[in-house]
Design a protein around this ligand. Sequence first.
Ligand SMILES: [Zn+2]
Length: 338
Amino acid sequence: MRARGRTVFRTGLKWATAVLAGGVLLSAAAARAGDGTVALTFDDLPGLSLVPDQPYVNYLNDMLLRGLKRHRMPATGFVNESKLDLIDRPQQIANLQKWVDAGFDLGNHTFSHESPDELGGVGYILDIARGETVTRELLAARHRRLAWFRHPYLETGFPEAVKLEINRWLDTHGYRVAPVTIDADDWEFAEPYDDALSRHDEARRLRIRRQYLAYTERTVAWYQSASEALFGRRIAFVMLLHATRLNADCIDDLADILKRRRLKVVPLDRAMKDPVYRLGDPYVGHDGVAWLERWAEARHKDLPWDSWQDPPKDIVDEYDRTNNDRRDTTPRLAPVGR
Ligand SMILES: [Zn+2]
């Protein structure tokens, strides 16, 4: 999931010196390359759930995959292999297998979902290597290669030496970093949604779902306007989502939102052909910021922050309360593998 640094991503950034060549990005060819496309990525496989219950996690995977197939939306799932042993290992692996069987790609999201700030460069690299064992085998059985890496919390390493050490290891082991260019904070809605479900509070569940969908539509539109402000066009986006019951239940509505925003869903490797991704990642700092923010700072440009909205306050409060309540009163229902 992404929980760290949400409120600080517009201030206090420390930047490596980076010179970005912008001219090519405004060309007509580049505009056509990305026009109206988005790649969907789902983090924290085989499931981000407040409820450590194997049937619950199996169900959300089944519904998510069924919905993605129904709408012909390709997706890439990013795995935390530490989650395999948290419930029932064979069934957790079977959930990953379902993604591969559905023709979807899997990537590495580290073993334990820790930050490089916590583990240091060497520890973080060990955690990446430890996180690929099962995923690599599942892909190899289909003659496919493990090619993608996504940083937990979008924290890419600080200071610069640590970031470079991690990037060098990823390069030499055949990984590409999967950037994020749309992030609608779905994780923050997902745990209150799980909580409402587990308490059979139907009115609350439906209210959270409505708020989530409204927030997602507004946020997708904001990233489209941010892309236009920064590059004069809409890039091929990469959207961050999580493998949650909320997204499983909302997948038809999410498909509708993307249609209304004129975004055709494409595989990650196709979206990454947009030349904007050749800009790489100029940001060096502690915060988990998404890529348009990284590029905007490096180009000394503003994004349209006047029209940005954080998730609704009641959702933020519910997220905090849900986590505190669970920790204080119901340890058996502690969050799974966050
Ligand atoms: Zn994550």
